[in-house]
Design a protein around this ligand. Structure first.
Ligand SMILES: O=C(COP(=O)(O)O)[C@@H](O)[C@H](O)[C@H](O)[C@H](O)COP(=O)(O)O
Ligand SMILES: [Mn+2]
Ligand SMILES: [Mn+2]
Length: 345
């Protein structure tokens, strides 16, 4: 599954990032998102694969493209037999966020990226469009920190695992009213907090690498992004746990239905009978093969954003595979027409 797909998905995220980056700083988040979706879908549909979107642009936006359940890839087409033998290809599930951090792109802020995760059919948790309480931490703390423990306890464990003091830890938390108590607790425990407005996939991913100066992600973000983060952390060997949040009182945004009871029913109808279950990375991304790819739209901790020059652009991407056990940073020059020069950096 991995061989050529690992290379093709780089181009998928690159094309989405380039399209979105053209709208960087223009204050139009919907356009920045839409062009990324179109570019991602267009490139994805040129891959010889039988893919199905399990996490996509679906529920929140009622999107017409890359919606949950959409079949993608040449070998999913009705006329597939003219191009490939679909029976020889395994079916794969795909989780996408063509523009993760649409606000970041629209306002020219750091940390936005085009991302996707891939596994065999059934290998990615088809998370409902709910919120998710998340805990991400570096590989050294895998299985040691625990989302059921308090932030204070986890910071003590994390400090031990990373052989540093709590004061030397940085925790990323989304700047939301629902996190006021969490932020207070982290600060009182002695750690430092990096508040972000958007983009918790990038924050989770940053925990997987030493040198980012980010040691944990705590708090509540969106569930689909949680699955994508889990896929990356599973492939990297980092820690990730997620727990669905279905009580509108907790998230304080009113975006997940009117009542806790109705949400529990909705989860049941999706086959989720234990709404409080804590999922770890191996459950959210359970497939034998898990591939993750991201391309920076605006610059972040791990990747530079898209840099346009006369006739071309330069991108930086990251592809992680649990099979080849590689985290590959890919630096690409894209030649649109005939550039007068090729930008080296
Ligand atoms: O920032 C985010 C937005 O993603 P996108 O719409 O693709 O640009 C995600 O990283 C977050 O996980 C999440 O969507 C956010 O926390 C939702 O929470 P809220 O803004 O409080 O409704
Ligand atoms: Mn997102
Ligand atoms: Mn998005």
């Amino acid at each position: 599954m991995e061989n050529t797909l690992g290379l093709e998905i780089i181009e998928v995220v690159e094309q989405a990032a380039i399209a979105s980056a053209r709208w960087m700083g223009k204050g139009e988040k919907n356009t920045a998102d839409q062009v990324a979706v179109e570019a991602m879908r267009e490139r994805m549909n040129r891959i010889y694969m039988r893919g199905r979107i399990v996490i996509g642009e679906g529920e929140r936006d009622d999107a017409p493209m890359l919606y949950i359940g959409e079949e993608v890839g040449i070998c999913s087409r009705p006329d597939a037999k003219n191009f490939c033998n679909p029976d020889e290809l395994i079916e794969i599930d795909i989780a996408v966020d063509p523009c993760e951090g649409t606000n970041l792109v629209a306002y020219g802020q750091p940390g936005s990226m085009a991302v996707l995760a891939i596994s065999e059919k059934g290998g990615l948790f088809a998370a409902p469009d709910f919120y998710m309480k998340k805990l991400a931490a570096p590989p050294a703390a895998k299985g040691k920190v625990d989302i059921n423990k308090s932030a204070t306890e986890n910071l003590k464990i994390l400090a031990e695992c990373l052989d540093r003091s709590i004061e030397e830890l940085v925790v990323v938390v989304m700047k939301r009213e629902r996190h006021n108590d969490l932020i207070k607790e982290i600060r009182e425990a002695g750690a430092r907090v990096q508040l972000i407005s958007d983009g918790d996939v990038g924050a989770a991913l940053s925990c997987g690498f030493a040198g980012t100066n980010i040691h944990a992600l705590m708090g509540i973000g969106a569930a689909p992004e949680g699955v994508i983060s889990a896929a990356a952390m599973r492939a990297l060997g980092g820690h990730f746990q997620g727990q669905l949040i279905y009580d509108p009182e907790i998230v304080k945004t009113g975006l997940i239905g009117e009542s806790k009871e109705a949400n529990i029913e909705r989860l049941k109808s999706m086959g989720i009978n234990d709404p409080d279950k804590v999922y770890d990375a191996d459950e959210l991304a359970s497939g034998e093969t898990v591939l993750f790819a991201a391309c920076g739209i605006t610059s972040g901790n791990l990747m530079q954003g898209v840099r346009f020059f006369n006739g071309g652009a330069r991108t930086q991407s990251l592809v992680i595979s649990n099979q080849s056990k590689t985290a590959r940073f890919v630096d690409t020059i894209h030649m649109f027409d005939e550039p007068k020069s090729l930008q080296l950096h």
